[in-house]
Design a binder for this molecule. Structure first.
Ligand code: SF4
Ligand code: SF4
Length: 384
């Protein structure tokens, strides 16, 4: 059977099109966040896709029906062809989002990206003050640069969307963090509690907040929502609860191979940006067409639907809502990617979550003592 004929057969069997394409343009990044979700062995993937290969990927994804395109990394601004890729994405009709640390941005580049047709920019902040930001990101100058670029993005006519990863070392400063975002004129702020993948999993006990910290942070967010509403200020605050304190697992990626497709810097095609650490081999767009990978490859079909589920998910009414949770989290915690996500209270492994929270409560490390996401540290994992 030809590739197209096979794919048409799969489409006829009810697999929807990928709506989201996440283009991880590079694993290079000037910062060293100890919670980075990039793979531990990112230094092994140096053979980045070329401009022409990315354009071909975008054309294939758009032809399949993808409408949302995120440029991320690493730091996507490291790629000097970003404006070219944005321009092609606009011509193809994608809605585009740049997910960036703002390192590598300046006013000229903001204008160039705007002229190329970029729809949206999201800038990450590490903290509310320069000292903590420097300790988290491993750069004393990054914080001031981010603030300047956040203002420049707003001045260029973009909505200002800020993302702050929260963890035990900065969550107590949430009041100051939100005040900073307000003073910058942010339109939306994602207060994203650290999720435990990649480098965050490695540093997990040094990052997990306590339940008390989390409750105070939620109350602070609620107070700020009231304060903002009272003064007629339209700044949306999105508070993302960490999985380790959630009551039920998240509906990860809207389901495995359901709507979301990531292409990694070297061309590996993944159902989510964390999935390449799973014990399975993912297809590469340098060897197979995206359509064939999405509809027909074994990795993309392995956890689709619910036929693969075991007890307790198999018999649970929630399975079509949360899809049994996150396959990466299941593997990281139990060694079995088909297990129920241990975040779920029905999981026989749920005690692992409680044990991690307990271990975190006695971890004495300061943020500077966590393992930084660096090329040097990554090379250690490449050798393992
Ligand atoms: S989390 Fe930090 S180190 Fe990782 S890509 Fe983003 S800015 Fe770079
Ligand atoms: S048992 Fe499975 S399907 Fe049911 S709530 Fe838990 S993770 Fe979701």
């Amino acid at each position: 059977m030809t590739e197209i004929a096979r794919s048409q057969t799969s489409e006829a069997h009810g697999i929807g099109a990928p709506l989201w394409l996440l283009a991880e343009l590079t694993y290079r990044c000037p910062l060293q966040c100890a919670y980075c979700s990039n793979p531990l062995d990112f230094a092994a993937y140096r053979d980045e896709l070329t401009t022409g290969e990315w354009i071909d990927i975008m054309r294939q994804a758009r032809a399949m029906g993808a409408v949302q395109l995120g440029f991320s990394g690493g730091e996507p601004l490291v790629r000097r062809d970003l404006e070219t890729l944005v321009g092609e994405a606009r011509r193809l009709g994608f809605y585009t989002n740049l997910i960036t640390s703002a390192l590598g941005l300046d006013e000229a580049r903001i204008m160039a990206l705007r002229e190329a047709g970029l729809d949206h920019i999201q800038i990450s902040l590490q903290a509310g003050d320069a000292d903590m930001a420097a300790a988290v990101a491993g750069s004393p100058k990054a914080h001031a640069k981010k603030l300047a670029m956040a203002r420049a993005v707003k001045a260029a006519g973009y909505p200002m969307v800020l993302n702050v990863v929260l963890h035990r070392h900065n969550i107590d400063d949430l009041d100051a963090i939100i005040a900073l975002c307000d003073s910058l004129g942010a339109d939306a702020v994602e207060l994203a509690n650290c999720q435990m993948y990649g480098w965050a999993q490695l540093n997990r006990e040094g990052l997990l907040p306590s339940r008390e910290q989390l409750e105070v942070a939620e109350a602070t967010t609620a107070r700020w929502r009231e304060r903002l509403a009272a003064k007629g200020r339209d700044m949306r605050l999105l508070f993302v609860v960490p999985d380790y304190y959630a009551e039920r697992p998240k509906a990860c990626m809207g389901g495995w191979g359901a709507i979301f497709m990531t292409v990694a810097p070297d061309g590996a095609v993944l159902p989510c940006h964390s999935a390449r650490m799973l014990p399975m081999s993912f297809p590469n767009v340098r060897e197979r067409r995206l359509r064939e990978i999405w509809y027909d490859s074994e990795p993309f079909n392995r956890y689709r639907g619910d036929a693969w589920m075991r007890s307790p998910c198999r018999d649970c009414d929630e399975r079509k809502r949360d899809f049994g949770g996150c396959r990466c989290q299941a593997y990281l915690l139990t060694g079995d990617p088909a297990a129920t996500d241990p975040v779920c209270e029905y999981s026989p492994h749920h005690g692992l979550i409680e044990a991690a929270r307990e271990a975190a409560s006695t971890d004495p490390r300061r943020v500077e003592q966590l393992t930084p996401r660096s090329v040097h540290e990554s090379q250690v994992f490449c050798r393992q």
